[in-house]
Design a protein around this ligand. Sequence first.
Ligand code: C2O
Ligand code: CU
Length: 543
Amino acid sequence: CIAHRYTFTVKEVPYNKLCSTKKILTVNGQFPGPVLKVYKGDTIYVNVRNRASENITMHWHGVEQPRNPWSDGPEYITQCPIRPGSDFMYEVIFSIEDTTVWWHAHSSWTRATVHGLIFVYPQSGTPLPFSKPDHEVPLVFGEWWKEDVREVVEQFTRTGGDPNVSDALTINGHPGFLYPCSISADTFDLTVEKGKTYRIRMVNAAMNLILFFSIAKHSLTVVAADGHYTKPLNASYITISPGQTLDALLHADQNPNHTYYMAARAYHSNPVIRFNNSTTIGILRYISSSNATTSSYPNLPNYNDTSAAFGFFTSIKSLYSGKVSVKISRRIISTVSINLLTCPNNSCQGPNGSRLLASMNNISFVTPSHVDILRAYYLHIKGVYGTRFPAFPPVVFNFTGEDQPLFLLTPRLATEVKLIKYGEAVEMVIQGTSLGGGGIDHPMHLHGFSFYIVGFGFGNFNVSQDLSSSYNLKDPPYRNTATVPRNGWIAIRFIAKNPGVWFMHCHFERHLTWGMNVVFIVKNGRGLNQQMLPPPPDLPPCY
Ligand code: C2O
Ligand code: CU
């Protein structure tokens, strides 16, 4: 039996990690937060009660929320925040998701500790496309700072530059190392039984890091990504970007008298940028191995192994063929850039109170601060956003970092949306640039849709050469977060059949803060079931 009503009480509780205690924001006191279990086709109601001292909103990442942007969650995009002491009932409609998605807070950097998994099960009578696993294991990757996360945000927005490097990577909240204060290591420990199969449902909830993950001597069979089934893929390691989920089968088929380490570490394509380069570990034990003497370590790719990272991403294929629309009615091309300004004494002004800018098509997105875009759209409130998301600037990048057209160093700070008609077949090409320190990968996430990743390449997406001949239109992966390679591009396709206001942004939290965002407004269609639902009565007020 699965519940359809949940209460999420957001509150601060003390947690001790890395030899120090701090108060963190949690849901119901839990970190990582509770796992929700639903069947495909369910609608659930989650009453979010804010009993903390800062604003909060909740997002259901990977859930399309058909016609229901009111419960999507990004702060000042689809709602005003739930203030301390207030509540809001989210209505979460599961329509097309089949496997694992997740939820997280979507206000400032609160998602650092406010996040959890959602296990989606098939409707009764619908079989799994793989043999039924014996057990399910939630696996949440995260990042931990010893400082208060609000401090991290305050510090990097005030001074410019990158945020402080996190102090640990975590697996289900465990940093995995022996610290001087502790007698035993705070390590994630998974005990398995020989011969059994475990379905690992994982999410990368880290703020700013793409991760490699592997388990010694055990291969993983990836069967789903971002809520949708994939062709089974045997992998000795996986790559997972912030925002992405994966389902993988672990067969406990090795010598039960050994213990095996699992490990995660960052993949990072640009060594100029400081990042957490530690490797965090967890332990896989067999029930009988209490006196195991030998242990094995997994082989992880090097932190800068781009071909390993993208080799994994591009081997993921949808389980199904022939679902992607071959014809498109609109192509949107957008750059994604970090724009390091050369301005003396921190005199630069970025969006959202920061001192650095990131942009899409040379617009650094300014999040509204008094009223959300959805409400402004619905109630025809003027002056909140513009509708001139510009076209791709005619630039062929040489990716040397220098010698870039000057205008790209000075993006416009603005709140611009892109209007799309109901039902359009959209292709979006996202082009990475080398601006701002040589470029880096960007895990781009779209709310309200899953999309097919039909194309991928390094270098320029050259509009005059028809690169679409290299697309996979047969069985491309169906995802909600796609990683644009450093100095390369991806092409995604979706049908705009979900009316509403939908955020798109880089899932590296610092890039989101700096403005690497855009909003799509998909207009209503003619039919009644092609129109946005009405707003809920308890929508948090805006002031
Ligand atoms: Cu994982 Cu805008 O979200
Ligand atoms: Cu980014």
